[in-house]
Write a protein that binds this ligand. Structure first.
Ligand SMILES: *Cc1c(COP(=O)(O)O)cnc(C)c1O
Length: 409
């Protein structure tokens, strides 16, 4: 089965009640039973069943099964947002005194989160580029995981997942990746050795910008050392499922970061057109980036452009596709603002992965909590403009951007 067929007919698509073609929205907090004995069994995991929607819900389960199949994982756990997914995925195996090795090109919200975690004694050491060479000197006996973005937002650096996964495994460490910008359409990190894959479903998976959500996929291949990952030691009997079982019955359940049933439903609808949208978005982004790169003196960052340091990796890992984000440097903050304000079709809004093209000035918005060094490591300068390309007709986008940029230069 190819990708688009799998979105509609894959194993993760079940026979829903009454023959419904989509999972019904179980918009309830609790599920009733005839007898106390039945609830007793459900709570003791001795019978299958739903009890309470913070813990499990059929609409959410339907979405988790579809993502898990697409990501070739062992299990998936849906969360209230991408940030909740990242926080809970990390906290599931970390405790005070532990260390993370991460790329300094991470999404701004993730950098802020790692800063928050430092107040709980969880320290992050950053590599400018997440390569074995740069990560090696950061390893210590306290290191517990390596965390990077497959295609970083907005620096657009491509992670060599196989290489960094082999390196991590050589040190007995799991590799966690944020795959929001690539989606299963471009790339399956688990097949390249990643152990835990995280998405902000708010973006391309939902696809229409109508619900905030996130998901954690457990690849199921990492051989957890229960002496080193003490938090998982109580889950030893679950073997390779220890990570997911602890997440479900411990930190995720207790922090209450669950996905809402309505969000899961909207995400299932979005997911069915993921292939169509991503195909269009990637070809639009490539066409727009190539057109902008022809404007004399305009510095454009898109992985597939000639001379881009990530070109080769993008081509080999993502099957020649470069994703839906591009950035350019306008020359000054003032010009960046003028260009942003004058665009006709690009909507001035944060977020990525919408049907509409979205445009933002990252330095004055999503990076205000970062230092100048942190911003520059993430490819954010005062004149940087980020474009999340939508599904509009490419001729219109190219005309809008090229005319506006030429006018204000
Ligand atoms: C948006 C985003 C997040 C955060 O997701 P939310 O759903 O906004 O919480 C994390 N990582 C990346 C790469 C993102 O683009």
């Amino acid at each position: 089965m190819n990708f688009n067929t799998r979105l509609l007919h894959g194993k993760g698509v079940k026979n829903y009640a009454d023959g419904a073609t989509l999972p019904p929205i179980a918009q309830v907090s609790a599920f009733r039973y005839q007898a106390a004995e039945e609830l007793d069994k459900v709570f003791h995991h001795k019978a299958m069943g739903y009890a309470y929607s913070r813990v499990s819900n059929p609409s959410v389960a339907a979405f988790e099964q579809r993502i898990n199949e697409l990501e070739k994982g062992n299990a998936a756990v849906a969360c209230s947002s991408g940030m909740a997914a990242i926080a809970l995925a990390l906290l599931n195996i970390l405790s005070c005194g532990d260390e993370i090795i991460a790329s300094s090109g991470l999404y701004g919200g993730s950098i802020d989160l790692l800063e928050d975690l430092s107040k709980f004694g969880i320290r992050t050491k950053y590599a400018r580029h997440l390569t074995p060479e740069e990560a090696e000197p950061l390893i210590s006996p306290k290191t517990r995981l390596i965390f990077g973005e497959v295609l970083s937002n907005p620096s657009l650096e491509v992670l060599d997942v196989r290489k960094i996964a082999d390196f991590a495994h050589g040190h007995g460490l799991p590799l966690f990746v944020d795959a929001t910008t690539v989606t299963p359409y471009l790339f399956n990190p688990v097949e390249f050795g990643a152990d835990v894959v995280i998405h902000s479903t708010t973006k391309y998976i939902n696809g229409s910008g109508d619900a905030v959500g996130g998901i954690i996929v457990d690849g199921g291949h990492f051989p957890w050392d229960f002496d080193r990952f003490e938090g998982l030691s109580g889950y030893r009997r679950y073997g390779k499922l220890a990570y997911t079982i602890r997440l479900r019955t411990d930190i995720w359940e207790n922090m209450g970061g669950c996905m809402a049933p309505m969000t899961a439903f909207l995400n299932v609808i979005g997911l069915e057109t993921l292939g169509l949208r991503m195909g269009r978005i990637c070809s639009n982004a490539k066409a727009l980036a190539s057109a902008l790169a022809e404007i004399p003196g305009l510095e454009v960052n898109y992985p597939l452009l000639p001379g881009n340091p990530s070109k080769e990796l993008a081509e080999s890992q993502f099957g020649g596709r470069g994703g839906g984000i591009l950035t350019f440097r306008a020359g000054s903050k003032e010009r960046a603002f003028r260009i942003i304000n004058a665009l006709h079709y690009a909507v001035r809004a944060t977020s990525i992965g919408d049907t509409r093209t979205l445009v933002i000035h990252p330095e004055s918005t999503i990076y205000i909590r970062s230092t100048k060094d942190q911003r520059e490591a993430a490819g954010v300068y005062e004149d940087t403009v980020r474009v999340s390309v939508g599904i509009e007709d490419p001729e219109d986008l190219i005309q809008d951007f090229t005319e506006t940029i030429r006018h204000y230069r």
